[in-house]
Design a protein around this ligand. Structure first.
Ligand SMILES: [Zn+2]
Length: 270
């Protein structure tokens, strides 16, 4: 099957003029982006920013997985939704696809209203060039990590709570994975969540912006430019830290990326 995006003419690139003028990306990078396939797991706060940024940038295909419907308390930070979506109780994946198709009708968008779980994770991520983390819980992130490392698909982790956030790009076989850094997710109730301490829309934009930047590098074949450090931000204190996590990989005892044990995918763990 011919993908018209791979044979896009110069006229088709006009809408991306301010992006192709950015020398590290250029027309070559733009054409790669137009042919790229991304799976976004979770379309809440981070997911809204990630989806909008990539669709405006001209990613070829975006699959959006989210099981929830839009609620009133989402609107403070989830930028793709509005009060009509709340009234209609529209599933987030479908509301997002509707908005995104009006922003850039040339992007193929595939909304999936489903729970992302061990039994469907690999099938839902199949053929993706990149997986993006728009989830709100650590257990799902460990599942994404298993799928990504097993299938050698890059992914970009992101998380925020209160006014703080973290983000990390992961290239399986090359950079530290999530389990190199944290062996296990904390027990349920063991860490603050948006429900317990809130979350500001401003930190969401910072973290998702960093994730989207790493995504653009990965999708345009510029792995050498990918940030190897774990970003930690406290927006209220005005602090940004880049933490070197490659030593964690160098230790060589990661159950996931070193020993090939995909515990969350095989669901042998709680
Ligand atoms: Zn690892």
């Amino acid at each position: 099957m011919v993908n018209k995006r791979e044979t896009a003419g110069a006229g088709d690139l006009a809408r991306y003029a301010r992006q192709t003028s950015f020398e590290p990306l250029g027309e070559v990078g733009q054409r790669r982006l137009l042919a790229a396939r991304v799976t976004l797991v979770g379309c809440g706060a981070l997911g809204s920013v990630l989806a909008e940024t990539l669709v405006r940038a001209g990613v070829g295909h975006l699959r959006i997985i989210d099981r929830d419907v839009v609620t009133l308390d989402n609107l403070q930070r989830q930028g793709l939704f509005d009060e009509d979506d709340v009234a209609a109780e529209t599933p987030k994946a479908e509301a997002a696809a509707h908005k995104l198709s009006r922003i850039n009708s040339t992007v193929s968008i595939d909304p999936i209203v489903a729970d992302f779980r061990p039994s469907n994770a690999e099938q839902l991520c199949g053929a993706a060039d990149l997986i993006l983390d728009g989830t709100d819980n650590l257990a799902t992130r460990f599942l994404i990590n298993d799928v990504a490392v097993k299938n050698r698909v890059p992914w970009v982790f992101g998380a925020c709570v209160a006014a703080e956030g973290r983000a990390l790009a992961i290239i399986p076989g090359e950079t530290a994975c999530l389990r190199c850094i944290w062996r296990d997710p904390p027990p349920a109730g063991g860490t603050p969540t948006a429900e317990t301490v809130g979350v500001l829309g401003a930190i969401v934009r910072v973290v998702a912006g960093f994730q989207a930047g790493e995504a653009l590098k990965l999708l345009t074949g510029q792995q050498s430019a990918v940030n190897r450090n774990l970003l930690e931000v406290d927006l209220w204190q005005g602090q940004f830290h880049a933490i070197d996590v490659q030593l964690a990989r160098a230790a060589g005892d990661c159950p996931c990326c070193q020993r090939g044990e995909y515990d969350f995918l095989t669901a042998t763990r709680a």
